[in-house]
Every structure is written in structure tokens, then in C-alpha cells.
Ligand binder design. Sequence first.
Ligand SMILES: Cc1ncc(COP(=O)(O)OP(=O)(O)O)c(N)n1
Ligand SMILES: Cc1nc(C(=O)O)sc1CCOP(=O)(O)O
Length: 215
Amino acid sequence: MANPEQLARLRGLYAVTPERADGGALLADVEAALAGGCRVVQLRDKLSPMAERLARARALRAATLRHGALLLINDDLALCRLVDADGVHLGRDDGDLAQARRLLGPEKILGASCYADLARAQAAEQAGADYVAFGAAFPSPTKPEAANATVDLFFRAKTALTVKVCAIGGITAANAPTLLAAGVDLLAVITDLFSAPDIAARAAAYQRLFEEAQS
Ligand SMILES: Cc1ncc(COP(=O)(O)OP(=O)(O)O)c(N)n1
Ligand SMILES: Cc1nc(C(=O)O)sc1CCOP(=O)(O)O
């Protein structure tokens, strides 16, 4: 379990990077999201060779530190260690969560994909996850084959779990309020954020939704 100060930062828009052939363009897009107020970023890069992934992770580490934001790495504990990222996000094919917690130590953030499976989320919580992600909340252009996590599942998750709850998949600034009404802590977004005509403005719109949900 990460420390309370880190955990308190697990709220708001969670920008998950799109696959971009050009690392410079990716960095510029993430910088725009950070300028708009996004404070949690995940590097999700399944296509670049290792050297390029490392360069991207280093650049994102510098950018997130400059903006006081968290950087999490998808799938890859070794890359997390190499760039001293704030933690990792792991799915069902990415190894055992309890072992990941042991390898990461107590301070780093551990996130777990739980699809539409509340029992899996309860096991992830027991294994030391700091947040659990359910998806797809809505049909996802990035992952059209994803299971469907209903709004009711998010309500149940908030009652059954003490860890933070993240929604992912097909989220837009227009459908996000439904998830925020269920008490979701993090909204993980690719397309609606990084395909926006003004990424900073879109990030700011999400952050406003969180502020409104809190008041
Ligand atoms: C925040 C967040 N939630 C879910 C996922 C999906 O993870 P996974 O199931 O491991 O699938 P891939 O991302 O590896 O395709 C995620 N990356 N982030
Ligand atoms: C990476 C990922 N995981 C999902 C899950 O349901 O576990 S949905 C998804 C893609 C999210 O991208 P977009 O915001 O473009 O729908």
C-alpha cells in the first residue's frame, strides 16, 4: 500500500498514453494534458522498441515531476524502477499482484485491471493494490473487445472496497458524470483526451467535473 500522501493524489483525470509513432508528439500531447491540470499519467506503450520506451518513460518522468503529477507504467516493473516512476499498472497477463507488491516495496503505487469482476478487485485489494480499474465503462474505440463494466458495478465497488476505484474505456467528458455520481475516484482516458482538438482544455474540463462532483 503506497503512503497516504501518494494515495490522496489518486483522484481525477488519469491520462493513459495513446500509441504514437512520434515520441516528440506524444510528449507534447502529455504536456498539454498536464498543463490542463491532469495529475496522473500512465505510459502505455506496447509497440515501441525498449530503447524508445525507455526514452519516452524518462521524458514523461521529467514532465510529470515538473507538473507535480504521478507517473505510472503499464505492464513493466523493470521500466518503473529504471525511471523511478511512481508505480505500475498490471493486468491479468502481467504477473502476480502480491509478488509485484513485494518487488515494488511499500511506497510505490500498484494498480490492477479488474475488468467487470468485483471478486478479482477484492483479491487485488488483499494483494496490496492501491487502486482497481474496471472497464470498459462504455464502448471503447481503443479496446472494442473489452468487457462491459456497468455503472451499477461501480456503485457496488465503492461500497465493497476501501481502495481507490478507477473507470476506463470509452469515457468522455459527456458521459463521465454518470461515473462520478457512482463515486469513481479516477477516470482513465485515452481517445477523448488525446484526440481532442485542444487537449489542455479537455483535461481542464475533466478536472472541473471532479471539482463539481466534490462540492
Ligand atoms: C487504468 C487502467 N485500467 C485498465 C488498463 C488495462 O490493462 P490490461 O488489462 O493489462 O490491458 P493493457 O492495457 O495491457 O492492454 C490499463 N492499462 N489502465
Ligand atoms: C487500455 C484499456 N483497458 C480497458 C479495459 O476495459 O480494461 S479499456 C482500454 C482502452 C481505453 O481507451 P479509450 O479511452 O480510448 O476507450
